[in-house]
Design a protein around this ligand. Structure first.
Ligand SMILES: NC(=O)c1ccc[n+]([C@@H]2O[C@H](COP(=O)([O-])OP(=O)(O)OC[C@H]3O[C@@H](n4cnc5c(N)ncnc54)[C@H](O)[C@@H]3O)[C@@H](O)[C@H]2O)c1
Length: 419
């Protein structure tokens, strides 16, 4: 058996069936896998991926392997691994996986080091942990690397900061910023799966509740939209005036978090920022308030402050921790403040990950063919890839659209014709 570290290899059979179930909803990735099998565009390349180990990631790993890559996988979050998927990738697909749901901080980084021990040529990140580990502790690996890709908003922010400071040592493609990624994955994927995570963890009724969403970005607007659709009285908090205006005109109540703190029954953060729900908010919350995070890192809720403010805490249900404050109020943190959609549910539905991971596959192929021309900076996904994926996705959904007539093409590229 290949080198790996998973919870229980005997879970492989269950994981295989779940990977197959997800594949049904991933026709775009499937068509890429078929082409990769024939053309082997990644032949001879080692690829280390640090992603949420889910059924959809299982399909991505198999696609990259079909393309000829030697693939190694570790988790991009200690709580997001699906242990049966990890087992199946090892046993059924021969892919070395280093990931266990609930792993501690030390094991999380040990697993990153195990994936990196393959001396990868391409890194595939979700949150930039591979890139930051390579640039801080494993600089010797830089000589093998031709480039990388990044899946999420927070990772792209970190990488752009590195590029601006001139410390990024290889090109990265920001997969997150493709239209076929963030318009669907961040909005509809996070929107639906965050509600799923909250429901699985709490089984609370959303209708009629006061639901507070921090942020009105791509993820948070998806959550707000779904909460409103389920009948919640939904409040949005923002720091960006434009987005606050959008939320207002989309029909949401907008106010500062401190004001919302007194009102909310359920709170979700998805901002990529730190301390969005902070000490004063806990004091102001109603007895019974529930709060969680769907942003990348578990820094959006000030958990350290909460612990100091609490008289006691206990695990009351799976993924629900009750904090009794010194004033006697009991408030509830879900999923240790980690992405609730992956901690308590299964992450995004396969149909949106189909597009995100089609982007990942095609960007890895693009990197393999173009790295010699690329600089040490963060690149957008080429438009060609984005529009190719939207066409394939529409086709797979059986949706046809109009095309421009020659007269319309001419009109749309000219300025002479007016009223
Ligand atoms: N849960 C998931 O599966 C999942 C999926 C994709 C992205 N993400 C993560 O979710 C986070 C948000 O991503 P996005 O694509 O929506 O980003 P985005 O940039 O589109 O939106 C973030 C929004 O949060 C707002 N914001 C920042 N600080 C705030 C504060 N203190 N209070 C209120 N609002 C604040 C910003 O103004 C912005 O409008 C990132 O960490 C990203 O990596 C999670």
């Amino acid at each position: 058996m290949i080198k790996h570290d998973v919870k229980d290899i005997k879970l492989a059979a269950k994981g295989r069936l779940r990977i197959e179930w997800a594949a049904r909803e991933m026709p775009v990735l499937k068509s890429i896998k078929e082409r990769f099998t024939r053309e082997k565009p990644l032949k001879g390349l080692k690829l280390a991926a640090c992603l949420h180990v889910t059924t959809e990631t299982g399909n991505l790993m198999e696609t990259l392997k079909a393309g000829g890559a030697d693939v190694y996988l570790c988790a991009s979050n200690p709580l997001s691994t699906q242990d049966d998927v990890a087992a199946s990738l090892v046993r059924n697909s021969g892919i070395p996986v280093f990931a266990i749901k609930g792993e501690d901080h030390k094991t999380y980084y040990k697993h990153i080091m195990s994936a990196l021990s393959a001396k990868p040529n391409i890194t595939m990140d979700d949150g930039a942990d591979l890139v930051s580990t390579i640039h801080t502790k494993e600089k010797k690996l830089l000589k093998n690397i031709i480039g990388g890709t990044e899946e999420t908003t927070t990772g792209v922010i970190r990488l752009r900061a590195m590029a601006e400071k001139g410390v990024l040592e290889y090109p990265i493609i920001a997969v997150n910023d493709a239209y076929t990624k963030y318009l669907f994955d961040n909005r509809y994927g996070t929107g639906q799966s965050t509600m799923d995570g909250i429901l699985r963890a709490t089984n609370r009724l959303i209708a009629g509740s006061i639901f507070v969403v921090a942020g009105y970005g791509w993820c948070s607007r998806g959550i707000a939209m779904r909460a409103k659709g389920m009948g919640a009285r939904t409040i949005v908090t923002e720091v960006n005036p434009l987005r606050a205006l959008e939320a207002t005109m989309d029909g949401f109540e907008v106010m500062p978090m401190k004001d919302a703190a007194r009102l909310g029954d359920i709170f979700v953060t998805a901002t990529g920022d730190i301390d969005v729900i902070f000490g004063d908010c806990f004091r102001l919350m109603k007895d019974g308030a529930i709060f969680c995070n769907s942003g990348h890192f578990n820094v959006e809720i000030s958990i350290g402050t909460l612990r100091k403010m609490a008289r006691s805490r206990r695990q009351i249900r799976d993924f629900v921790e009750e904090y009794t404050l010194k004033n006697g109020k009991r408030i509830y943190l879900l999923g240790e403040g980690r992405l609730i959609n992956l901690a308590a549910a299964e992450g995004h539905p396969s149909a949106v990950m189909d597009m995100s991971f089609a982007n990942q596959s095609l960007c890895a192929e693009y990197m393999a063919g173009n790295y010699k021309k690329m600089d040490k900076t963060v690149y957008s996904v080429p438009d060609k890839i984005d529009s190719h994926i939207s066409k394939l996705k529409l086709k797979s959904m059986g949706i046809k659209i109009d095309s421009l007539t020659p007269a319309q093409k001419k009109y749309l590229s000219s300025w002479e014709m007016g009223t």
